[in-house]
Design a binder for this molecule. Structure first.
Ligand code: NAP
Length: 478
């Protein structure tokens, strides 16, 4: 099944890469329109499969179709191909460069975003926008949802006369399907969102290929939050409410969930912790996406409960049903946190670990010893931020997105967004999986030297038939 899908998709790629940007735009817009049309039947199916609330799913579906249209806009504007032209007369030089698609991309859908990071999610759409063909590995947590969305892409391809196999979906229980896909000799790139274990296993399998290919695995993080003394004194209760509500959002099943909260060296930090514990103790859990995710959560909680140097400071109201994740808040101190790297492991769900510190140096030390993260947040007044400026410089080396006085959940789809970060948050810190720059994971630069005009891609012809912004002899022009 995998072999046939990849071979057919590879053949489709040869045709698809020649298709004009204008036709590709219509293809993307038609995918969005097909998904919008099936929305009313799709959402109840996804709700049944994932237990995610209907309102959340409606929002996520809108985000997904907006994301598709954003990539269509990117292609319309055109300058994403990064056309560069260097021409000199003496000595004669004619060198032109632009981005071209990589080929066949294997995409692994995520369990926690059945639309936005699944079949027609950011990975698939940025690959199709780049001119790549896609083989998608459907996530077993929402098989019917995946089928319906895959059908939307196939129908859109038919309606817009794309090569029929430009997109294919493969499914199957067990890891064999995924492993076959990443090791298939005709696959040119891999995109994954999920666990560290899964992402790293697929990365390791791909690294044994005879022909190496890029693997973009987004594997989550604990999204540390540092709270500075001045703002905690001024606004502690309000900040506690915001952080706890971000931690509980979607039953904690977001890769940007704030999991480590570093408290400042301040007597009032105790009050802040009490307020946070109160909020957790009054909270209720929710159903998790899959039985496996629930059992990993229970396992992570058990490990923290049994940890000698960690104490439980708050526990949500327990439900009488199975499969419900009860929120937890744990506390440790800086020394213990620094001594035990396992305390940095993601507990995927509504759990957080607060870390008490005695001085500024301890906060800096914690930051310096963090593993790679998707996000890092600092809460501070302007005075705090001036005094702790060094923290920003440390965290710049640790995370793909830095936030001041905000919560990391909620990842906007914009041109400036970075949803990525140093390992183990991802396997390639130079990339983002959200926002329009996600397209560059699936392209490479090609240089055309001394080409006759008729043979050049339109983006590089002298008369600029696409009317796109280009860099000509060092100057931006249209
Ligand atoms: P997962 O276990 O990483 O699975 C994601 C995909 O990778 C699935 O299609 C799975 O195949 C495949 N896979 C996993 N391990 C593999 C291996 N060793 N070899 C080959 N393929 C493998 O993620 P999940 O099922 O969504 O959730 C499990 C855990 O992942 C959660 O408890 C949480 O810790 C984490 N998670 C993180 C994020 C994030 O955003 N970072 C999102 C969701 C989940 P199968 O289809 O055969 O299972």
């Amino acid at each position: 099944m995998v072999n046939d899908a990849v071979i057919n998709t590879r053949e489709a790629f040869i045709e698809y890469k020649k298709i004009s940007p204008a036709q590709r735009i219509i293809f993307l817009q038609t995918i969005a329109a097909e998904i919008i049309a099936v929305g009313p039947t799709l959402i109840p199916v996804t709700h049944k499969e994932t237990f995610l609330p209907l309102a959340r799913l409606e929002g996520e579906l809108q985000r997904t179709t907006k994301q598709i249209n954003l990539f269509a806009e990117l292609l319309k504007e055109g300058s994403w191909v990064r056309a560069v032209i260097d021409i000199k007369e003496n000595p004669a030089v004619d060198i032109r460069q632009m981005q071209v698609p990589l080929g066949v991309v294997a995409v692994f859908g995520a369990s926690n975003f059945p639309f936005a990071f699944s079949v027609a999610g950011g990975d698939t759409i940025s690959a199709l926008a780049a001119g790549c063909a896609v083989v998608h590995k459907g996530h077993p947590a929402h098989p019917q949802t995946s089928k319906i969305v895959a059908e939307c892409i196939v129908t859109a391809a038919k309606k817009t006369n794309m090569p029929p196999h430009v997109f294919a979906m493969v499914e199957g229980a067990g890891y064999e399907v995924g492993l076959q896909l990443v090791t298939h000799p005709l696959v040119d790139a891999v995109a994954f969102t999920g666990s560290y274990k899964g992402g790293k296993a697929l990365y390791d399998a791909a690294s044994k290929r005879e022909r190496p290919v890029p693997v973009y695995a987004e594997m989550g993080s604990v999204n540390p939050v540092f709270i500075l003394p001045g703002i905690l004194r001024q606004n502690g209760d309000d900040i506690a409410a915001k952080i706890i509500s971000s931690n509980l959002l979607g039953t904690g099943q977001f890769c940007t969930n704030p999991g480590i909260i570093v408290l400042p060296p301040l007597h009032d930090a105790g009050k802040f912790l009490n307020k946070s514990s109160e909020l957790i103790s009054a909270s209720k859990g929710g159903a998790m996406l899959t039985g496996n995710i629930h059992s990993s959560y229970s396992h992570g909680i058990k490990k923290l409960q049994e940890h000698q140097r960690v104490r439980l400071a708050g526990k949500g109201i327990e439900a009488n049903e199975d499969g419900i994740a009860t929120p937890h808040l744990f506390v440790t101190d800086a020394d213990n946190f620094l001594k035990d790297e396992t305390l940095q492991e993601e507990v995927f769900g509504p759990s957080s670990l607060f870390v008490e510190t005695n001085d500024k140096a301890a906060m800096y030390n914690i930051a310096a010893n963090l593993q790679g993260q998707l996000t890092a947040t600092i809460w501070g007044t302007d005075e705090d931020l001036k005094e702790y400026e060094g923290l920003v410089h440390i965290l710049e080396d640790k995370a793909g997105r830095l936030l001041i006085n905000g919560v990391p959940t909620g990842v906007e789809v914009t041109a400036a967004m970075v949803h990525g970060g140093p390992f183990p948050a991802t396997t390639d810190s130079r990339s983002t999986s959200v926002g329009t720059d996600a397209i560059y994971r699936f392209t490479r630069p090609v240089c055309y030297q001394d080409f006759p005009q008729f043979l050049l891609p339109d983006a590089l012809k002298d008369n600029n038939p696409l009317g796109i912004k280009r860099k000509v002899n060092g100057r931006e022009e249209r």
